[in-house]
Design a binder for this molecule. Structure first.
Ligand SMILES: *[C@@H]1O[C@H](CO)[C@@H](O)[C@H](O)[C@H]1NC(C)=O
Ligand SMILES: *[C@@H]1O[C@H](CO)[C@@H](O)[C@H](O)[C@H]1NC(C)=O
Ligand SMILES: *[C@@H]1O[C@H](CO)[C@@H](O)[C@H](O)[C@H]1NC(C)=O
Ligand SMILES: *[C@@H]1O[C@H](CO)[C@@H](O)[C@H](O)[C@H]1NC(C)=O
Ligand SMILES: *[C@@H]1O[C@H](CO)[C@@H](O)[C@H](O)[C@H]1NC(C)=O
Ligand SMILES: *[C@@H]1O[C@H](CO)[C@@H](O)[C@H](O)[C@H]1NC(C)=O
Ligand SMILES: *[C@@H]1O[C@H](CO)[C@@H](O)[C@H](O)[C@H]1NC(C)=O
Ligand SMILES: *[C@@H]1O[C@H](CO)[C@@H](O)[C@H](O)[C@H]1NC(C)=O
Length: 480
């Protein structure tokens, strides 16, 4: 399950270094393949790493010598390099972020370049709508500390604590205001929290504590949910295409290209017969912005969509909802919305969202070890009223009022994607309920009747079964 989620992450991680290199999760192995199938007698192969082009491994076929220089560069490659003596391919095991960078393979006089990005699993990604804290790891600040948070390629200053001047500043209108009202700076530790994240907050964060720099990479997955039969637009966030722009939309585990704009070639292509034609006559590509609209959605369209804009990648997860459960509850009572999960696993993530705005009200993010209830959203109407079961992900709303009327969406990544919608109607005790609710209540009470009957019958049956079983056991054979 966890692997599955990591794979999903990896699909989306490329964009961050802006190169289509190898991406690998910290701790995993990565192989850099040489184009050779076998070594010739006079081949000389060298692997080099980093800015200084340090030689880390070498094969000299003439001398019949294989050398791994694994104590160079402070020993960061020690016991981690495997060199294939047939092909010259290099494997780096148990990677850390220190192995991130450019690798060069020299075969005789030919040069081939590789680039590796290593990501640490924890604390780097978040689902759209969640809050995320970037931790300074300080427990307290000293009197003359200066802390600065910067974001993006331009290293834009977004927050600062200057103890010397006794000043705390959040610059949240920079970058078109994408951080407005979303930044919280802890004045004790200097940690930064970004609330209500969107894909615009994805990128590189740098924390400078005096002269030390710490780097964070934040990945924000876009989440979209749509009812079966409806349409959905996946936004590129571009306002117009550049003259030499290339946009590609890809879908699914195999990254199948489904639509493409090549501005240079003045070409727009929709590949709607791929994947058994599941996208046929359903795709609309906006030739100005590159945004993609999918119409008449079915469950076959659920999954991960990638948008490649030149060399960047944006990731969207599309949930297709094919059922709405109606639930009614008397004002003041509690209602529990069941996830139907029996237990959440290590890699699982779930989100509860409410209303037309899809406001996130509760999150369990196991990989990041976070359980969060956002009960201050929507003017505090959920304050002290939400209970999230940390085993099953089920949500209970206590002391309901008519303000809690509406659609609750549960988005889950337990291995694979799934979603549920609960349409909750809260009726007050005086007026009881509207005609539909009345019918639902009637049906419910009838159902309770049926349930009673079933239980009684079941009990009788199971008693009989027990007797039979006892009988069977004594006779020493089992029949089914
Ligand atoms: C390979 O080994 C041979 C024989 O020892 C030596 O003459 C040659 O210089 C070596 N080549 C390199 C690139 O080290
Ligand atoms: C290549 O490696 C294999 C296994 O690691 C070893 O058995 C073999 O002797 C090696 N060949 C040479 C030429 O070093
Ligand atoms: C730090 O923040 C807390 C609460 O947010 C506030 O009460 C306190 O005055 C702040 N301290 C400084 C030095 O700004
Ligand atoms: C876009 O079109 C130009 C001109 O036809 C072509 O040279 C280029 O390779 C195309 N780019 C992609 C990514 O297909
Ligand atoms: C973009 O689409 C509009 C409407 O679909 C069309 O009128 C226009 O010619 C298209 N522009 C290009 C450059 O293809
Ligand atoms: C939507 O798709 C279904 C099959 O998945 C098809 O039967 C139906 O005709 C489509 N509706 C429209 C409006 O295209
Ligand atoms: C889950 O909830 C139980 C009871 O509410 C609590 O004791 C436990 O610490 C929680 N576990 C986690 C991981 O938060
Ligand atoms: C339930 O909510 C109402 C306001 O909507 C509040 O007055 C009341 O005290 C709450 N009851 C409980 C048991 O929390």
């Amino acid at each position: 399950m966890k692997k599955m989620f990591l794979k999903l992450l990896l699909l989306c991680l490329w964009r961050l270094n802006g190169v289509f290199g190898e991406s690998v999760m910290e701790g995993d192995s990565v192989s850099l393949n040489s184009p050779l199938t076998e070594m010739k007698n006079d081949d000389v192969i060298q692997w080099r790493f980093g800015d200084e082009n340090t030689v880390i491994a070498e094969i000299n076929a003439t001398a019949d010598r294989i050398t791994v220089y694994d104590d160079v560069l402070d020993g960061r490659f020690r016991d981690r390099l495997k060199l294939d003596n047939q092909t010259g391919s290099l494997t780096i095991t148990d990677t850390t972020t220190e192995h991130e960078g450019d690798y060069e393979l020299r075969i005789n006089s030919e040069i081939k370049r590789f680039s590796i990005a290593v990501y640490s699993v924890s604390g780097v990604y978040v689902m759209e709508g969640e809050s995320v804290s970037l931790n300074s790891d300080l427990t307290e600040m000293k009197d003359d500390d200066v802390i600065q948070w910067r974001f993006g390629y331009e290293n834009t200053l977004i927050a600062e604590i200057n103890k010397r001047a006794d000043r705390i500043t959040v610059y949240d209108d920079v970058l078109d205001g994408r951080f407005r009202d979303r930044l919280k700076l802890d004045n004790q530790t200097g940690s930064l929290t970004i609330t209500d994240t969107t894909t615009e907050h994805e990128g590189d964060y740098k924390l400078q504590i005096n002269s030390e720099i710490k780097r964070f990479i934040l990945i924000v997955f876009g989440l979209e949910s749509v009812m079966k039969g409806d349409s959905v637009s996946l936004n590129s966030d571009l306002t117009e295409m550049k003259d030499d722009g290339v946009i590609q939309w890809r879908f699914g585990e195999e990254n199948t290209v489904i639509a493409e704009i090549n501005v240079t070639a003045d070409r727009i292509t929709v590949y709607d017969d791929v994947l058994d034609g599941r996208f046929r006559d359903r795709l609309k590509l906006d030739n100005q912005t590159g945004s993609l609209t999918i119409t008449n959605i079915t469950t076959e369209h659920e999954g991960v969509y990638q948008l490649l804009i030149n060399r960047e990648i944006k990731c969207f997860i599309l949930f297709v909802i094919d059922e709405v459960k109606s639930v009614s509850v008397k004002e003041g009572d509690s209602v529990t919305l069941n996830s139907d999960l029996t237990e959440m696993k290590d890699g699982d993530v779930i989100q509860w969202r409410f209303g037309d705005e899809n406001t996130v009200i509760a999150v369990i993010n196991k990989p990041n070890d976070r359980i969060t209830v956002h009960d201050d959203v929507l003017d505090g109407r959920f304050r002290d009223r939400l209970k999230l079961d940390n085993q099953t992900g089920s949500l209970t709303i206590t002391n309901t009022t008519t303000e809690h009327d509406g659609d609750y969406k549960l988005l889950m990544f337990p291995g694979r994607l799934s979603s549920k919608v609960f349409r909750v109607s809260v009726y007050d005790s005086v007026h009881c309920c509207g005609p539909t609710e009345a019918v639902i209540r009637l049906v419910l009470s009838a159902l309770v009747g049926v349930a009673t009957v079933i239980i009684v019958v079941y009990e009788i049956r199971s008693r009989r079964a027990e007797q039979d079983q006892a009988h069977i056991h004594t006779s020493g054979s089992i029949e089914i």
